[in-house]
Design a protein around this ligand. Structure first.
Ligand code: 13P
Length: 253
């Protein structure tokens, strides 16, 4: 019932030529009828070029961020409408690197989430605790807060349409090689779904896809995806290698 979503977040990696080559390779290596939805998330700068490669293919296109205003004097920012114009269907909001490196606040992320979903983009709202928070036993508190603050005023209609995805990315697992165990991921995803059920309704919570992210590789993808509340993967480093990412998609069936 919850179609798996496998996303490759290319972050600030790959020049234009390498981005185009990777997109071309993935179109050929990922079977057309794979059960999972597959999403490529290049840098803003190469979205247009990658959009031309994946247009009419079975691969979807996402952006790494979005600004909450529609238009105006916001130097350096990009609106949801501009992304739509390029063929973008999904957008990451609140990735840990934006929360912790660029200091985006929950209030700003909430505005971004509302703006993106108002334009009918699928928002992938990222949450996750730092190592320090985990060691202090604060994981539950942090996740609950990020969910509550991020989803303020989000309409149920948006969720019914499938336009909200949650990505659980423990910060201690990102780019470190320390993947959460499948058991840890399942336990945390079940916790997130239970909180969503309280914040929204049990029916809406049951429909929301929850991705796991943090050092996902082809060697651990299948065991993570086998867990009932793991509805997809958000992949960083391993998504830059065509064979590795195609194997991760294959693990989703
Ligand atoms: P890695 O897969 O490189 O750990 O990155 C995860 C991530 O941040 C995806 O958004």
């Amino acid at each position: 019932m919850r179609a798996k979503l496998i996303a490759g977040n290319w972050k600030m990696n790959l020049g234009k030529a390498d981005s185009l080559t990777l997109a071309h390779d993935l179109i050929h290596k990922i079977p057309k009828h794979s059960k999972a939805q597959v999403l490529l998330i290049p840098t803003f700068l190469h979205l247009d070029a990658v959009a031309h490669v994946v247009a009419k293919s079975h691969l979807l296109l996402g952006a790494q961020d979005v600004y909450f205003e529609k238009t105006g004097a916001f130097t350096g920012e990009i609106s949801a409408g501009m992304l739509l114009e390029l063929g973008v269907s999904h957008v990451l909001i609140g990735h840990s690197e934006r929360r912790h490196v660029l200091h985006e606040t929950d209030a700003v992320l909430n505005k971004k989430l509302l703006a993106a979903t108002a334009e009918k983009l699928v928002a992938i709202y990222c949450i996750g605790e730092t190592l320090q928070e985990r060691d202090a036993g604060k994981t539950a508190e942090v996740l609950q807060h990020q969910l509550k603050a991020g989803l303020v005023h989000l309409s149920h209609d948006v969720i019914e349409k499938g336009h909200l995805v949650i990505a659980y990315e423990p910060v201690w697992a990102i780019g470190t090689g320390h993947t959460a165990t499948p058991e840890h991921a399942q336990e945390t995803h079940a916790f997130i779904r239970a909180r969503l059920s309280e914040i929204l309704t049990p029916e809406l919570a049951a429909a929301i896809r929850i991705q796991y992210g943090g050092s996902v590789k082809k060697s651990n993808a299948a065991e993570l995806l086998a867990k009932p509340d793991v509805d997809g993967l958000l992949v960083g480093g391993a998504s830059l290698i065509a064979d590795e990412f195609a194997a991760i998609v294959q693990a989703a069936g």
